[in-house]
Every structure is written in structure tokens, then in C-alpha cells.
Design a protein around this ligand. Structure first.
Ligand code: ZN
Length: 258
């Protein structure tokens, strides 16, 4: 579905894959480092990006291992230039499971921050833009990026982690599809505000593109949920015709009163 990707290795049965466009990002980062500071710049830039994406993988593994505890299979984690994506073979429909699975990713980032802070020190008047590359600087940047990754993912923009938590909270009271609709709608409004703020205040078109991607991803996932709900309703109605009601479940509400 997402074009060609390269399989790297398996972590406890989960295939780790790189999307092709990831190599373009790597090439860009290498070139950017090279043009700033030659060979040393190239090594630091690439090392930093690989460490950053190691944190992304750990974040996705957080989701994946908790998902497995709730019986959801995770065949693959795909790395894209904008981040990672753990692919689940089913969607956890119990709000409690979904909340715990969604929170597990950002929790990994905050644990990483806590662990890094044991060895990383921030000098007064620290300026990350002017700092020369060093191991200490690499550590400081990782702290900041993990803090950002954990916090940004908790913003309730569906289908990011915070949006999933919001959907699950709504689904405690509302039908699943309607909960998804409200979460996706709030997500889209926030994504539009995010995209405009990126351009208007920060002149950051890459950030705006990221919000545009989140907007589209929210709509795609909402439509997938809607399609699945309709299919399930269809099969339920067939089962009702054949069996009276599906085995092992209470009789459903009649759809049409005759
Ligand atoms: Zn996540």
C-alpha cells in the first residue's frame, strides 16, 4: 500500500522495515552535514538521525508490546521520514486497551528522557544552534527530541496517540464509529490550526506538510473504521438471518421493527 520498503531485521517477531523515502531523508541529512562541516559534519548528522530513529523504533515497540499483551498481533513496524508506524492486525476495541496501547509509546520517550538525564548535563545559556558537535551535545539533543516526541504525540490530533486516547475516552460512552468521527473531526480542526500556525508564525512549510499528512491520515482511518463497521453490520445481519443471533452473543437489537 505504501510503495516499496526494505526489510531490516526482526525484533521479537516484529519485522522492522524502512520505507524507500527514508533513504532520501538519510541522503539529505548526510549532504546537509557534509556541506556544513565536511566529513565530521556528515558523521555527526547521520549518527544523530540514526539515534533519533532508534528512539522512534523504541516508541513504536512500546505500543507493540502492550498491544500484544491485549492479543493484538504486530507483524511490522514501518519507518517513514516523518516517523514510525506500528501495523496492528486488528484494532483493539476495548477503550481501556486502546488507551494503554496509545500511552505506551510516549511513555517510552519519557523513560528515555529520565534515563538520559542521569548522564546528560545542560549548561546555562545552552544554545543548541551554536553548539559544536560532541557526545554531550548528541545527548542533549536526544533529551530535547524525546521530550518533544512524547509531548507532541499526546496532543489530541487523531490518529496520533493523544487522538487515540481521546477516541477511546469517547468510546466509553458513545458508539465506536461516532467516537471516531468526533476524534477525527477535532483532529482535523487542530491539524488545520497547526498547519496555519507553522506557516504564519514559524514560516515552516515542512511542519505544515506534516500537519497536512496528519489531516489526511485521520480521514483515511475514519473511513476505514466506517467501512469496517458497515461490513460488520452486514455480516451480523446475515448471521441473524441464519442463526437467529450470532452464537455466544446476546440477541441484537432488531434493526427494523416490522
Ligand atoms: Zn505513538
Amino acid at each position: 500500500m505504501l510503495g516499496w520498503s526494505i526489510n531490516l531485521f526482526r525484533i521479537r517477531g516484529i519485522q522492522l522495515s524502512l520505507h524507500g523515502s527514508f533513504l532520501l531523508l538519510l541522503a539529505y541529512v548526510a549532504w546537509d552535514g557534509w556541506s556544513a562541516d565536511g566529513g565530521a559534519g556528515l558523521v555527526w548528522s547521520v549518527a544523530f538521525m540514526l539515534l533519533l530513529f532508534t528512539c522512534v523504533v523504541l516508541h513504536e515497540l512500546g505500543h507493540s508490546f502492550v498491544a500484544r499483551r491485549f492479543g493484538v498481533g504486530v507483524p511490522r513496524i514501518l519507518l517513514l521520514p516523518i516517523g514510525g508506524m506500528a501495523e496492528f492486525d486488528s484494532i483493539p476495541r476495548r477503550p481501556r486497551s486502546e488507551i494503554l496501547i496509545a500511552l505506551a509509546g510516549p511513555a517510552v520517550n519519557f523513560v528515555l528522557v529520565a534515563l538520559l538525564m542521569i548522564i546528560v548535563r545542560f549548561p546555562q545559556n545552552w544554545n543548541p544552534v551554536q553548539a559544536a558537535p560532541s557526545f554531550a551535545e548528541l545527548g542533549r539533543n536526544l533529551v530535547v527530541l524525546n521530550l518533544f516526541m512524547g509531548t507532541f504525540n499526546l496532543v489530541p490530533v487523531f490518529p496520533m496517540d493523544g487522538g487515540r486516547v481521546f477516541r477511546a475516552l469517547l468510546a466509553i460512552r458513545l458508539p465506536y464509529l461516532r467516537a471516531t468521527f468526533y476524534a477525527a473531526t477535532l483532529g482535523k480542526v487542530l491539524a488545520v490550526i497547526g498547519a496555519f500556525s507553522m506557516v504564519y508564525f514559524l514560516d515552516n512549510w515542512l511542519g505544515a506538510a506534516l500537519f497536512a499528512f496528519i489531516f489526511v491520515a485521520g480521514e483515511i482511518e475514519y473511513r476505514a473504521v466506517r467501512r469496517r463497521e458497515r461490513e460488520e453490520a452486514h455480516w451480523r445481519s446475515i448471521l441473524v438471518e441464519f442463526y437467529g443471533h450470532p452464537p455466544g452473543t446476546p440477541p441484537p437489537e432488531p434493526l427494523v421493527e416490522l
